[in-house]
Design a protein around this ligand. Structure first.
Ligand code: FAD
Ligand code: MG
Ligand code: MG
Length: 323
């Protein structure tokens, strides 16, 4: 595993789930790093829809045919995704698979589907048609052609499993970044710092350009944006967060949503949910979920913060303003 050391911080990196993965520790612990990357690989093998075989692909291949027995953790994750998808006005929809596969955004061969294609795929995105049997621990997609896609929740879930593993190994100060899903354990050990600094990326700028710094300790920081996975056609940007109502990329005032929470699975769920709500509705909604806090970045250069009990934010870029 590639490792680099700066100021007694040991960084380990890999590419998994099509994403750069980074682990930071405060001692050189190859064994721990190997265990972490092994765990992520195992989880990817179960949850991927980018290869022919996984527990998820077995469910998808059996759509309209028969239920598939899965492991308890996969069943629980699918149950959670179904619950969130069925919430009133939720733009989170884990049966969005057929549309994701057709758009191929972020993958080779991405093109704008015809309106007719979109209309033909929308009826296959029905979370209520995912039949769960907790006794049998089985999942059945009631229509042929349905496909589950956990892309908006799986990285968060996996980040939480990495935290569990690190804690089991007695590591209580660490940072794990699963390509936009950052989870911090405790505080950094260097200097007198009581919080980790997590950069808020500047959309459509150099990869290391930041709008500002989010300071947290022992929290998850998840960002969903339209500037990481997208393609351009005839001057229009098509990004990877799809509106389950229309089948097209969500179109509102937002460039990104960052969620600060204890569990990364919540961060992953809420970035997508809040993105779909837009700033006004999302800020109102957040007053009802006090354990979730958020940072919104808009197309007009505004940075909007919710309540800030769990984080501090420092603006660094003069192209953006705190609203
Ligand atoms: P989020 O905003 O959290 O989620 C967006 C993703 O969720 C979309 O990419 C789509 O998959 C799905 N989605 C879109 N609209 C909705 C919606 N309305 N409701 C619910 N879900 C929606 N990438 C590769 O390039 N190659 C790989 O081999 C690869 N393998 C992966 C394996 C696993 C197990 C996982 C979890 C991801 C993998 N990815 C891979 C990345 C994946 O394709 C997504 O890009 C990634 O999960 C998006 O995460 P995010 O946090 O950036 O975006
Ligand atoms: Mg995510
Ligand atoms: Mg998400």
């Amino acid at each position: 595993i590639p490792m680099s050391s700066v100021e007694r911080v040991y960084s380990y990196s890999a590419v998994l789930m099509g994403s750069p993965i980074l682990l930071k520790l405060f001692e050189d612990n190859q064994q721990a790093a190997q265990a972490v990357f092994h765990l992520i690989k195992q989880q990817e093998d179960m949850l991927t829809v980018n290869r022919a075989h996984s527990q998820l692909m077995t469910i998808n291949h059996a759509a309209g045919l028969h239920p598939v027995v899965v492991s308890r953790p996969v069943f629980e994750l699918i149950s959670k995704a179904k619950t969130v998808s069925l919430m009133q006005d939720s733009c989170f929809n884990f049966t969005i698979g057929p549309l994701v596969k057709r758009w191929k955004i972020g993958f080779h061969g991405d093109t704008v589907p015809s309106p007719a294609e979109i209309q033909s795929l929308l009826p296959l995105t029905r979370p209520d048609q995912v039949m769960l049997d907790p006794q049998a621990c089985s999942v059945y997609l009631a229509q042929a052609g349905m496909e589950i896609d956990l892309g908006a929740i799986a990285k968060g879930y996996i980040a939480d499993r990495v935290r569990d593993l690190l804690q089991q190994m007695g590591i209580h100060q660490a940072l794990i970044n699963l390509g936009g899903n950052v989870l911090t354990l405790g505080t950094p050990r260097y200097g007198d710092q009581s919080a980790w600094g997590v950069g808020l990326k500047k959309p459509f700028a150099a990869p290391d350009a930041l709008i500002g710094i989010i300071e947290v300790a022992g929290k998850s920081v998840v960002t969903s944006g339209i500037y990481e996975r997208y393609f351009e056609q005839e001057g229009k940007i098509y990004h990877h967060i799809l509106d389950p109502e229309t089948g097209y990329p969500l179109d509102n005032e937002l460039l990104s949503v960052t969620v600060i929470s204890d569990d990364s699975v919540d961060g992953d769920i809420y970035t997508t949910l809040l993105y779909g709500m837009g700033v006004k509705k999302a800020l109102h909604y957040l007053t009802t979920v006090p354990h979730i806090e958020a940072i919104f970045v808009t197309r007009t250069g505004q940075v909007i913060l919710s309540s800030q009990r769990q984080f501090r934010f420092t603006l660094q870029d003069s192209d953006y303003q705190l609203a």
